[in-house]
Ligand binder design. Structure first.
Ligand SMILES: Cc1ncc(COP(=O)(O)O)c(C=O)c1O
Length: 446
């Protein structure tokens, strides 16, 4: 390390931050030589700032997680006060006020009789623990999950994940994938009934008595904001009831107001047996995840050992951050606000779809949105193939970055997932950049 970088009183330049990060740290899900990270110095509300003062509008809430926006002083203060008092005690034999309060608060906002929580450090750990709970509770071992899903990067969560990031990982026995209603922008979608009939056939063929759980993202996130047709979630619930299977709703991305409900599954009035959470629970201010369980499942462990543990389960700083974040959702009416702003965003998206030939589909539920691009109006051929890239998508991403808009561009689509505090004016500011960017992809359309 040079003297310039070892002196902690001297701020690093943007170039130094990027160079050292690239030299000594790994960037996730990337070919390392292709990584070109943006150095970020501070953030406030919906904006991020580089050390040299460039401003970006955060149109993906980072990883669909900073729901209350950046730098909320109420959450920062709660973390500071908790840090000054007590950062950590072991989760097994001790407990704390923030842990007690957060458990009780989550019981208040979670659907139905989900009122007991096991705290983790994030989404993947929540999913891992949900699988262990389901296996212990049912005495069965198989886990069914959907293609076009993402459940996390640890072993079982990755094996449940139904998309290319799991292809290169060692498969685990007993992990079964199924298709749902969605088949891509260029194909007819199935009805809820058709998808459910196919799922039931697969359950029967696998042997229901071997299936511990079915895990579904209530609204699929990373794989394209896939919003289930009415009846689908109710149908999965009914199949789980019929065959004694634990239903797990993965709300890691779709929870905490993102869709205009506390949890996306509420749109269909379904109570899952287990619910995994992370991200929005603290809006990412401190890492935290949780598995919520219905009373009957929590009761099962009253006289049997709970099969999980983590050094940082129920971390006091994280629980304090979670409590403060939930207060922000409540105090600022962010759930209701997301419903209203989601309507505005939906109109802006429909307007783009009307005017830009490269827009093949737009979808949103609350402030959870995606724009899918196509290169042929007749066949609806995606602008980039499944799991692939296209020069036009690369150029669009570059344009967004030059214009100060941050979002994730993936395959043939990009996300519209701003913090839930975004104003109409800020939404329009972002959509004006997107509008100009789509001229690039329009040129490729036949
Ligand atoms: C639905 C869903 N489940 C689980 C995860 C994994 O969460 P984490 O990255 O916190 O481990 C994610 C992450 O994006 C997710 O979107």
């Amino acid at each position: 390390m040079s003297t310039a970088t070892s002196d902690r009183t001297q701020k690093l330049t943007s170039e130094q931050i990027v160079a050292l990060s690239k030299m000594h740290t790994i960037s996730e899900w990337a070919v390392q030589d292709a990584v070109d990270p943006l150095p970020i110095d501070r953030a406030e509300g919906v904006y991020l700032y580089t050390p040299d003062g460039r401003r970006f509008i955060d149109f993906n809430s980072q990883l669909m997680s900073v729901n209350i926006g950046h730098g909320d002083r109420r959450v920062v203060k709660a973390i500071q006060e908790q840090a000054a008092r007590l950062c950590y005690v072991m989760p097994g034999g001790m407990t704390t006020e923030p842990r007690a309060r957060l458990g009780a608060k989550l019981a208040e906002i979670a659907p139905g009789d989900i009122d007991v929580f096991f705290f983790t450090n994030g989404g993947a750990e929540s999913v891992e623990n949900a699988f262990k709970i389901a296996r212990a509770y049912t005495g069965r071992y198989k886990i069914m999950s959907r293609y076009r899903s993402y459940h996390g990067a640890t072993a079982a969560a990755m094996a449940a994940t139904g998309e290319p990031r799991s292809w290169g990982q060692a498969p685990l026995p007993g992990m079964i994938h199924f298709t749902d209603w969605y088949h891509g922008v260029d194909r007819e979608q199935d009805s809820a009934d058709t998808a459910l009939r196919r799922l039931e056939e697969q359950i029967v063929l696998e042997g229901p008595q071997t299936i511990a759980a079915i895990i579904v993202e209530s609204v699929t996130g990373t794989n394209g904001i896939l919003i289930p047709p009415d009846g689908y979630m109710q149908g999965v619930r009914a199949l789980c009831d019929k065959y004694g299977i634990v239903m797990i709703a993965d709300e890691v991305m779709s929870g905490f107001g993102r869709t205009g409900e506390w949890f996306a599954i509420n749109h269909w009035k379904v109570v899952p047996d287990l619910m995994t959470m992370a991200k929005g629970i603290t809006s990412s201010y401190i890492p935290l995840g949780a598995v919520g369980m219905r009373r009957k499942i929590a009761d099962y462990f009253k006289d049997k050992m709970f099969p999980g543990g983590l050094t940082y389960s129920s971390h006091a700083l994280a629980c304090a951050a979670g409590l403060a974040t939930i207060s922000v959702y409540e105090e600022d009416g962010l759930i209701e606000r997301t419903r209203r702003m989601g309507k505005v965003m939906g109109e802006l998206m429909t307007d783009l779809a009307r005017r830009h030939p490269s827009v093949g589909a737009v979808r949103n539920i609350g402030l959870f949105g995606v724009i899918e691009l196509i290169r042929d109006r007749a066949t609806k051929q995606p602008m980039a193939p499944f799991n692939g890239t296209a020069p036009e998508m690369g150029a669009l991403g570059k344009f967004f970055r030059e214009q100060g808009l941050f979002t994730i561009v993936r395959w043939n689509y990009f996300f519209t997932n701003p913090p839930l505090i975004i104003t109409e004016e800020q939404l329009r500011e972002a959509f004006a950049i997107i509008d100009r960017g789509l001229e690039i992809t329009d040129k490729a359309v036949k």
